[in-house]
Design a protein around this ligand. Structure first.
Ligand SMILES: NC(=O)c1ccc[n+]([C@@H]2O[C@H](COP(=O)([O-])OP(=O)(O)OC[C@H]3O[C@@H](n4cnc5c(N)ncnc54)[C@H](O)[C@@H]3O)[C@@H](O)[C@H]2O)c1
Length: 453
């Protein structure tokens, strides 16, 4: 099939590359011309494991452009995958979505096109995009024949850091539309993934447990709500274990063991039960805020989701409290941060805990040093003026530090030579923000080990 993807960020580029890998002909469109230029030159603007490999295999099926008149007329399916960043009220900024919908409407030429919201958008956005498309089509002078379309919702559940794996072997695909023909088109599009009939790349083999992928087709509003509800649930699972962590700390229980103990219950499941400094990233904060804002429009309060957000923000304060507790005075101290990206295997810094923690420490007169295996260049571009001293290695970070905080659980940090590092520090204190380091090993290496539980 012929597909256009509007927005070539983490979601749009991954989707485009995977659909092209399935044999579809895909035009990836972005208003950022520098991004398109880079992609045309074969340069991937984001760090995502295996994206480059799949990109190169799928290249004959891919086209990159900034021109709607080039991407839209031939497309049978148009995905909107533009950003929907938060506004101060919590409601997402839908400006990019609106621009994309209008531009699509100005360039549709086929008699039936499925326009798919893949961006995470508030409930009701499907209807809104439908009306924007109609308006744009009505305003055209070049109408010929019937310009038909249907709007669908296809929420994205990929996780940055394993986006390619998640797109090729998803837990489920959700498609929502009020028009049955749109659901049929999307089913055909996703068929190789649903039936798992494609030949897997040898660097991303199909897990033995993966069979046919459940495809859930719903009405528009349900698909839109599924996305918000899924993210809110994952966010509150993390906040739940962090709340239990507070109790664990007081009563002398081990939160790691508590998390494992409850996660072995198949009704609960083991994932998202690691206590620590809480979630970050471009989705959980934004999507929980958007869900609360949408509920507010209907006069509803969502106390559970609100509490999850509050607990998450408290976890960042707890980093400062813990350091204060151990070091007594923060002013004039040097603290090293290991990890800047919001999670391992990505260079994404949106709502990264490291940024909030660094700012809180700087505000208290702390000199902050940091290292990240991948995200330092992006950090320098966006947060270069914050005053964080970037270091080329973990060894450089710890030098003369009064404490070091493990912020992002990159594998690289698990097997450091902690004995050598302890000797370089002014005081050998480690605050494990992710419950990921081997406490006994660190203590044997001469480190004072503290964690956020
Ligand atoms: N990143 C994730 O892990 C993830 C996961 C699931 C869902 N989502 C959702 O997917 C959407 C996209 O997220 P992302 O992380 O890929 O965003 P992103 O910021 O990485 O990419 C968005 C892209 O859209 C482009 N763009 C903006 N307006 C445009 C327009 N009018 N025409 C063409 N291009 C335009 C931007 O230049 C940018 O390259 C968001 O709604 C997000 O909530 C993201």
């Amino acid at each position: 099939m012929r597909v256009a993807i509007i927005g070539t960020g983490y979601v749009g580029l991954t989707t485009g590359v995977c659909l092209a890998f399935m044999g579809h002909t895909v035009s990836c469109l972005d208003s950022d011309e520098a991004k398109i230029k880079a992609l045309r030159e074969g340069k991937i603007p984001i760090y995502e494991p295996f994206l480059e490999e799949v990109f190169h295999e799928a290249l004959p099926q891919l086209n990159f452009t900034s021109s709607y008149s080039e991407a839209i007329p031939e497309a049978e399916v148009v995905f909107i995958a533009v950003g929907t960043p938060p506004t101060p009220s919590g409601a997402p900024n839908l400006e990019y979505l609106s621009q994309a919908a209008k531009s699509i409407g100005q360039h549709i030429t086929r008699d039936f096109v499925v326009v798919v919201n893949k961006s995470t958008v508030p409930i009701g956005s499907g209807n809104w995009v439908d009306s924007l498309l109609r308006e744009a089509i009505a305003g055209r002078t070049d109408k010929s024949g019937t310009l038909g379309f249907a709007v669908a919702s296809n929420p994205e559940f990929l996780r940055e850091g394993s986006a390619l794996h998640d797109s090729l072997y998803p837990d489920r695909i959700v498609i929502g539309a009020d028009e049955p023909r749109a659901l049929e088109v999307l089913y055909s599009l996703y068929r190789p993934i649903v039936d798992q009939t494609f030949t897997p790349p040898n660097y991303l083999p199909r897990p033995e447990t993966v069979g046919a992928v459940p495809l859930l087709s719903t009405d528009l509003a349900s698909a839109e709500l599924i996305k918000y509800a899924a993210n809110a649930f994952l966010a509150l699972k993390i906040s739940f274990i962090n709340e239990i962590g507070l109790v664990a700390e007081r009563v002398g229980a081990n939160i790691g063991e508590v998390g494992r103990g409850i996660g072995l219950d198949s009704r609960i499941g083991p994932r998202f039960l690691s206590a620590g400094i809480g979630w970050g990233g471009s989705c959980f904060g934004k999507d929980t805020a958007a869900l609360i804002a949408t509920a507010g429009e209907y006069g509803l309060h969502l106390p559970i989701v609100e509490a999850a957000k509050k607990i998450n923000s408290r976890q960042r304060d707890r980093v400062v409290e813990k350091l204060l507790n151990e070091l007594k005075i923060l002013k004039g101290r040097t603290v090293g941060l290991l990890g800047l990206a919001f999670k391992p295997n990505t260079d994404d810094l949106r709502e990264a805990p490291a940024i909030e923690i660094a700012q809180k420490l700087i505000d208290r007169g702390v000199r902050v040093k940091a290292h990240d295996p991948i995200a330092m260049e992006k950090f320098e571009q966006s947060y270069g003026k914050m005053g964080v001293v970037l270091c080329q290695s973990a060894e450089q970070v710890v030098e003369d530090c009064d404490a070091v905080v493990l912020v992002t659980e990159w594998n690289d940090y698990r097997d450091l030579d902690w004995e050598a590092l302890a000797k370089k520090m002014r005081s050998a204190l480690i605050l494990d923000g992710r419950h990921t380091l081997d406490k006994d090993k660190l203590m044997r290496a001469g480190m004072r080990y503290v964690s956020i539980s």
